[in-house]
Design a protein around this ligand. Structure first.
Ligand code: HEM
Length: 299
C-alpha cells in the first residue's frame, strides 16, 4: 500500500517543495475566484462534464473544488491529505465521470497555475523551482486520484476479481481450442471436397461429360471457399478480425453449386427460380455488407 512518504520519495517531493508551495498560498488566495470561473467555464464547455454539473448541487461542488485548490498550497502533505485524494477518485466514479475528463481538467489547472507563476515572478530561477513544485504536486494528485479511480471501478465491475479473471482466461482458452478444432475440421472437410472433385472428374471419363464438368466446377468452387474459410479462421486464431463476408461468400458458392446441379437434374422451373432468387438476395446482402465494411474502414 502506497503511503504519502512513498509518494513523496517517488516524485522526489522534498520539504523545500512543500515550503515553496506554501509560499504560493497568498497568490492562490487572490486568484481563487478566477480559478473557479475558468475551471467551471471549462467544465461547462464540454457536454459530458456539463451534464454532470447540471445534475449536481453547484454551490457545494464549487466549494469542494475550491477547497481542493487551496489545499494544494497548504504545505502539509501527510497521510490525511492522501486519504482525501483517494476519496476524490471514489466521488468521481460515483457521479459517472470518466477519468479522461479528470486528466484533461488537470491539464487546464496546470496551465492556469504555471501561467500564474510566469506572470508574478520575474526571477528566472525562482520561477523554475516554483513551477517544479507545482508540477510535482499536481502529478502526485493525479496519480492518487486515478489509482483510487481504477480501484473503485474494479470494485464496480468485479464481484470477485480472482474468480472472474480465472473464468475469463478459461473461456478465452476454450474459445481458442474451439477455433483450433474448427480449423482442423475445415481441413478434414477440404480433403473430402478434393475427393469429391476427383469423383466428379471420373464422370468425364465415364462418358458423362456435362455432368462431370459441371459437378467438378461446383466442387472447385467449394474448395476455393474452404480455403478462404480456413484462411479466415487462421487469421482469427492469430488475433485478426472476424470477417462475416467470407461466410456469406461460402453460402453464395454453395448456392451456385446447387444451381449447377439443379440444371443437371433438370429440376422444374419453380425450384430453379427459387434458387436464382435466393442467390440474388445473397448477392445484394454481400454487396451491402462489403459496402458497410468499406465505410467503417474509412471512418
Ligand atoms: C483535476 C481535476 C479535479 C479535481 C482535483 C477534483 C476535485 C474534487 C474534489 C476534491 C471533490 C470532493 C470529493 C469529496 O471529498 O467527496 C470532487 C467532487 C466532485 N467532482 Fe471533481 N475534481 C476534478 C475534476 C472534476 C471534473 C472534470 C468534474 C466534471 C464535472 C468533476 C465533478 C465532480 C463532482 C460532480 C463531484 C461531487 C461528487 C459528490 O457529490 O460526492 N470534478 N472533485
Amino acid at each position: 500500500m502506497l503511503t504519502m512518504q512513498n509518494l513523496c520519495d517517488h516524485y522526489r517531493f522534498t520539504d523545500l517543495d512543500a515550503e515553496r508551495l506554501r509560499s504560493l498560498q497568498p497568490l492562490a488566495e487572490i486568484n481563487l475566484e478566477r480559478f473557479s470561473i475558468e475551471f467551471y467555464d471549462y467544465l461547462y464547455s464540454l457536454p459530458e462534464t456539463a451534464k454532470i454539473l447540471n445534475d449536481s448541487n453547484r454551490q457545494r461542488l464549487r466549494d469542494m473544488h475550491n477547497s481542493w485548490f487551496m489545499q494544494l498550497f497548504n504545505g502539509i502533505y501527510d497521510n490525511h491529505y492522501m486519504n482525501h485524494l483517494t476519496r476524490i477518485g471514489h466521488a468521481h466514479v460515483k457521479v459517472g465521470l470518466s477519468v479522461h475528463f479528470v486528466n484533461s481538467a488537470m491539464n487546464q489547472i496546470r496551465h492556469f497555475l504555471l501561467g500564474l507563476i510566469d506572470d508574478n515572478y520575474s526571477d528566472r530561477e525562482e520561477r523554475r523551482v516554483l513551477r517544479e513544485a507545482v508540477e510535482k504536486i499536481l502529478d502526485m494528485n493525479l496519480d492518487v486520484m486515478s489509482t483510487s479511480y481504477r480501484e473503485e471501478e474494479m470494485k464496480k465491475v468485479f464481484v470477485s476479481r480472482k474468480v472472474e479473471s480465472f473464468l475469463i482466461k478459461a473461456t478465452e482458452r476454450f474459445t481458442y481450442g474451439l477455433n483450433l478444432a474448427l480449423v482442423l475440421a475445415l481441413a478434414g472437410v477440404s480433403l473430402s471436397v478434393v475427393t469429391l472433385f476427383i469423383w466428379d472428374i471420373m464422370h468425364i471419363f465415364k462418358g458423362d461429360m456435362e455432368k462431370g464438368i459441371l459437378s467438378a466446377l461446383g466442387s472447385l468452387l467449394i474448395l476455393w471457399m474452404m480455403i478462404e474459410l480456413m484462411d479466415n479462421e487462421i487469421k482469427n486464431l492469430k488475433g485478426g478480425k472476424f470477417n462475416i463476408l467470407v461466410f456469406i461468400g461460402v453460402i453464395i458458392v454453395a448456392m451456385i453449386r446447387e444451381i449447377l446441379i439443379s440444371t443437371l437434374r433438370k429440376d422444374d422451373l419453380t425450384t430453379q427460380a427459387f434458387l436464382a432468387g435466393t442467390l440474388l438476395v445473397l448477392g445484394v446482402v454481400y454487396y451491402l455488407v462489403s459496402l458497410a465494411q468499406k465505410y467503417h474502414s474509412k471512418v
